[in-house]
Design a protein around this ligand. Structure first.
Ligand SMILES: Cc1ncc(COP(=O)(O)O)c(C=O)c1O
Length: 478
């Protein structure tokens, strides 16, 4: 009898696993010899895919080859050491191994009884990361999430439930006043999206102006809250950012915590990228004040380099996730109550869920805190080198941050501050395939080039290659 097509026979499976392991190892070892960026040609991709109309089964090894070759050719290689981009890392080896195991064992993280080990591992990590941020592990709760977006969404929901308990059952229309929340003008836009998804609408998000350092102005925050109260709004949350997406700015956490405490507002810190500073003793003071947060967003798939996605929502309110997400039903397993453990499906947004924490667990278990501290220190040093080399070659770095992220303009070109010129430089670099950088606007107006290091494999040679690619782009635009 032929093997079922979804399982395949033992011999084919063995060939697939061998090919797979070879492909993964080749990607890890040969990646840096190739281009960072792919051709962007949707018509070509669609033509390639048109041969798959699924009417006849493809041969398994050929199908696998198709995907491996396709990913090599048609991907911006975010794990490449010269990808200077948006917090996307080279994945850890142990993270890749854990994710492969997760795909194979397919643990279901809805109910404790179905995945006791995976769920206890995640809770163990929640307490361990809580402790790094200064929470009391016995008073730390949290959940793994798809990423920072879901963690920030969870923060808004939990803050709403805390401030307006009737929100859970009766929704926003039961509230006497429109709830409003506060973020800096440089906060990540996932907070706006979360406001929309909570039914608050984006106008409920007050974007507080930043100082020249691109950090939230805590005095303006205080006066905006007073103004809102005077106009009948209901402030409920302040979200500070520790490591902004644009420029790596860290909001003044103690001053913001002070204002929020005085006003009795939920304090959230979005530390999706910058939170990793908590793993390095000499950088930890940058996050002082984070321990006062009611909730924290931290993404292990950013600076901890695990494969995407691995968001973490942490809180020191041990009952709030339950109050936000518990739903009564009769069909799910019931052992959790007897065992005094928590079922994740009543404790978080997702129901059926992939085991997200295992790739964090294996990576951390093998590297240890010290291994991570070393890797992060290296990236910070590469950031300092990049800053120094940019300035030595006529670029002006305009952001101030101890984190490895440079926003810069061209001092040697008459148009060196214009959005069009900077975009042209970025496009020249990207299309050369030698590196990936981007442009953005600081505080909503000033155009800059942006290069960030979130890759533990980025070396001094890679920095030199970026400087050379920038020089070449500048030369072509003269
Ligand atoms: C500060 C910050 N918060 C939240 C997010 C959203 O995280 P994710 O892309 O994992 O959903 C990002 C993404 O870059 C970010 O930089």
């Amino acid at each position: 009898m032929a093997a079922p097509p979804l399982l395949l026979d033992a011999q084919t499976r063995a060939q697939i696993w061998r090919k797979l392991v070879k492909a993964i190892e080749a990607y890890a070892t040969k990646l840096e010899t190739g281009r960072v960026t792919p051709p962007l040609d949707p018509a070509k991709l669609r033509a390639m895919l048109s041969r798959f109309d699924f009417s006849a089964p493809a041969e398994a090894l050929e199908a696998l080859d198709f995907l491996v070759e396709g990913l090599w050719k048609f991907q911006t290689h975010t794990p490449h050491p010269r990808y200077y981009g948006l917090f996307n890392p080279a994945p850890t080896t142990m993270g890749i191994a854990a994710d492969a195991l997760v795909a194979a064992f397919n643990p279901q993280l809805a109910a404790w009884s179905h995945s006791p080990l995976a769920i206890e591992i995640e809770q163990h990590l929640v307490r361990a990361f809580g402790a790094r941020f200064g929470y009391d592990p016995a008073q730390t709760d949290g959940t793994f999430a798809s990423g920072g977006m879901e963690a920030n969404h969870t923060a808004l929901l939990t803050a709403l439930v805390q401030a307006f308990p009737e929100f859970s059952s009766r929704g926003l229309r039961a509230l006497a006043a429109q709830p409003v929340l506060y973020v800096s003008a440089e906060a990540h836009h996932s907070l706006l999206k979360a406001a929309r998804m909570c039914g608050l609408g984006t106008e409920a998000v007050r974007e507080i102006p930043v100082e020249a350092s691109l950090r939230m102005n805590a005095e303006i925050l205080a006066s905006r809250i007073a103004q809102d109260r005077g106009q009948g709004f209901a402030p409920f949350l302040v979200a500070a950012t520790a490591g902004t997406t644009n420029a790596g700015a860290i909001d003044p956490l103690p001053a913001i915590a002070e204002v929020a405490a005085r006003e009795k507002l939920w304090r959230h810190v979005d530390a999706a990228w910058g939170g990793a500073a908590a793993l390095v003793p000499e950088l930890r003071p940058l996050l002082d004040g984070i321990e006062r947060a009611d909730s924290i967003t931290f993404d292990a798939h950013k600076w901890l380099s695990v494969p995407m996605g691995a968001g973490i929502y942490l809180t020191r309110h041990t009952d709030i996730l339950d109050r936000t997400f518990r739903i009564a039903q009769t069909y799910m397993p019931r052992e959790a109550a007897e065992l005094d453990v928590v079922n994740p499906f009543v404790h978080s947004m997702q129901w059926s869920r992939r085991a997200i924490g295992l790739k964090v667990f294996l990576s951390l278990a093998v590297a240890g805190w010290e291994g991570y501290a070393t890797a992060i220190r290296h990236m910070v040093a590469m950031g300092a080198l990049l800053r120094e080399q940019l300035e030595g070659s006529g670029w002006q770095v305009v952001n101030e941050t101890p984190l490895p992220l440079c926003c810069f303009i061209d001092q040697r070109h008459a148009e060196g501050r214009s959005a069009a010129y900077l975009h042209a430089v970025a496009m020249k670099v990207v299309s050369s395939g030698k590196a990936w950088i981007s442009t953005t606007r600081l505080a909503g107006s000033a155009p800059v080039l942006r290069a960030c290091i979130t890759n533990y494999r980025t070396s001094a040679d890679d920095i030199a290659a970026l400087i050379a690619a920038l020089e070449e782009a500048r030369g072509q635009l003269r």
